[in-house]
Design a protein around this ligand. Structure first.
Ligand code: 1CP
Length: 342
C-alpha cells in the first residue's frame, strides 16, 4: 500500500492525516544531543552520512512518524557555492557576505556544488535503504530568497534588512545571486531525488518579509522555476512549498507554482487555511510549536482543532514551524496520540 504521506500529496482525503514534524531531529531529543556530541559540531554532523542518517532515523524509531526529513541544513548550498560557513556556539550560523559584485564573482557556478554535497547524497542513499517501508523520505533545500538573506547578511537577521537593502541598491546583483541559488537548488534537489528522496520541500522561511510585487518575483517565481524544472526531470515528483508567513500570499500559491502541497505557518488559523488554501489541494500544518513546550489539555484541544479544520480535504499534520530545543519529548507523543485518535 502506498505510503500515507504520498497519498495525501496525491490529493487523497484520509481518515487520519499523515504526521511528521519540522526539526523532528533536533536538540529536544537526548539521543540527538548524544549523536551530535559524538560528531563534534553541527556541520560535522551534517557531513557525516552515517551519523546524519542516524539522527534522521531517531525520531522515526521513537515516534513512528509517517515521514523522515533528511538531516542537513539549507546553508550547505551557500557553502557548496564557495561561501565560508561556521556556527557560533549558542548564536547560530555565520557566513562570508555577498555585498558587492566582487563577492559574487568569487562564487562557483551552480553545477560545481556536487563534490562538496556528496556526503548529503550518501545520507539520502543510506536512508532510502534503512527507513521502514511505510515511512516517506523528504529531501529539502532553502528557497532562493531565504538562502540569499543569509548570504547577504552573513547571519540570521530579524528583518532581513541587509537583503532588502541590496535589493534596493543593486537589483542586478541581487537578482544574479537569486538566479545562482535557483540553479544550484534545482541541481541539488534533483540529486537528492536520484539518491532516493521521494518528496522534496522548499523552505522559504522569510517569504513573509516580501510584499506585493517582490513576493511574486522573489518567492513565487523562483519556486515555480524550481518546481517545473524538477518535475520535468522527475515526472510525478511531489513537492511541498513553505512560503512561511505569506498570509494572503498562500492563496493560489500551489496553483501558481505547481506545488502539490503548501505548508502553512501558525500565524493563520486552520479554518482560514482550510477555506482559502486547501481548496486547491493538500495543505501541511499548522499547530503552534509552543504546545510542544507547554503540553496538557491546551495541546490536545489545539491538535484536535487543526485535525478538525482540515478533515474534509488532503492534509499532512505538522507544526507551523520547527520544534524548539526546550520542547518536552512527551508532548510530541501526546500530539501524535491525539492526531491518531488513541
Ligand atoms: O545546534 C544544533 O544542533 C543546530 C540546530 C540546527 C538543526 C537541528 C540547525 C542550525 N539546522 C538544523 C537542521 C535543519 N535545518 C533541518 C533538518 C531536518 C529537520 O527538520 O529535522 C532543516 C530542514 C533545516 C532547515 C533550516 N535551516 C531552515 C529552514 C526552516 C526553518 O526553520 O525556518 C533555516 C532558516 C535554517 C538555518 C539555520 N540552521 C540552523 C539554525 C539555528 C538556523 C536558523 C538561523 C537564524 O535564522 O538565525
Amino acid at each position: 500500500m502506498t505510503k500515507l504521506l504520498l497519498r495525501a500529496l496525491a490529493g487523497e482525503t484520509l481518515p487520519v492525516p499523515p504526521i511528521w514534524m519540522m526539526r523532528q531531529a533536533g536538540r529536544y531529543l537526548p539521543e540527538y544531543r548524544a549523536t551530535r556530541a559524538q560528531a563534534g559540531d553541527f556541520l560535522s554532523l551534517c557531513y557525516n552520512p552515517d551519523l546524519a542518517a542516524e539522527v534522521t532515523l531517531q525520531p522515526i524509531r521513537r515516534y513512528g512518524f509517517d515521514a523522515a526529513i533528511l538531516f542537513a541544513d539549507i546553508l550547505l548550498v551557500p557553502q557548496a557555492l564557495g561561501a565560508d560557513l561556521w556556527f557560533e556556539t549558542g548564536e547560530g550560523p555565520r557566513l562570508s557576505t555577498i555585498r558587492a559584485q566582487a563577492d559574487f564573482d568569487k562564487l562557483k557556478p551552480a553545477d560545481a556544488i556536487h563534490e562538496h554535497l556528496a556526503p548529503v547524497y550518501e545520507t539520502v542513499r543510506i536512508l532510502a535503504r534503512e527507513l521502514p517501508q511505510e515511512t516517506a523520505l523528504i529531501g529539502f533545500a532553502g528557497a532562493p530568497w531565504t538562502v540569499a538573506t543569509y548570504m547577504i547578511a552573513g547571519r540570521g537577521t530579524p528583518d532581513q534588512g541587509p537583503a532588502h537593502a541590496l535589493k534596493a541598491e543593486n537589483r542586478a546583483l541581487f537578482e544574479a545571486l537569486l538566479d545562482r541559488i535557483t540553479e544550484a537548488t534545482i541541481d541539488y534537489l534533483s540529486m537528492q531525488v536520484e539518491a532516493g528522496a521521494e518528496v522534496v520541500k522548499l523552505f522559504d522561511s522569510w517569504a513573509g518579509s516580501l510584499k506585493g510585487e517582490d513576493f511574486t518575483r522573489y518567492t513565487l517565481e523562483p519556486a515555480k522555476r524550481i518546481i517545473s524544472a524538477l518535475k520535468a526531470r522527475h515526472p510525478g515528483l511531489p513537492v511541498i512549498a513553505f512560503p512561511r508567513e505569506a498570509g494572503e500570499g498562500y492563496i493560489g500559491f500551489a496553483r501558481a507554482t505547481g506545488a502539490d502541497c503548501v505548508a502553512i505557518d501558525n500565524s493563520v488559523s486552520p479554518q482560514w487555511a482550510a477555506e482559502h488554501v486547501q481548496i486547491d489541494g493538500c495543505v501541511q500544518g499548522n499547530l503552534d510549536p509552543k504546545h510542544m513546550v507547554t503540553g496538557g489539555q491546551p495541546l490536545i484541544d489545539a491538535t484536535r482543532a487543526v485535525v478538525e479544520a482540515f478533515r474534509n480535504g488532503p492534509h499532512i499534520f505538522n507544526l507551523g514551524h520547527g520544534i524548539t530545543p526546550d520542547a518536552d519529548p512527551e508532548n510530541v507523543q501526546l500530539m501524535i496520540d491525539t492526531v491518531r485518535g488513541a
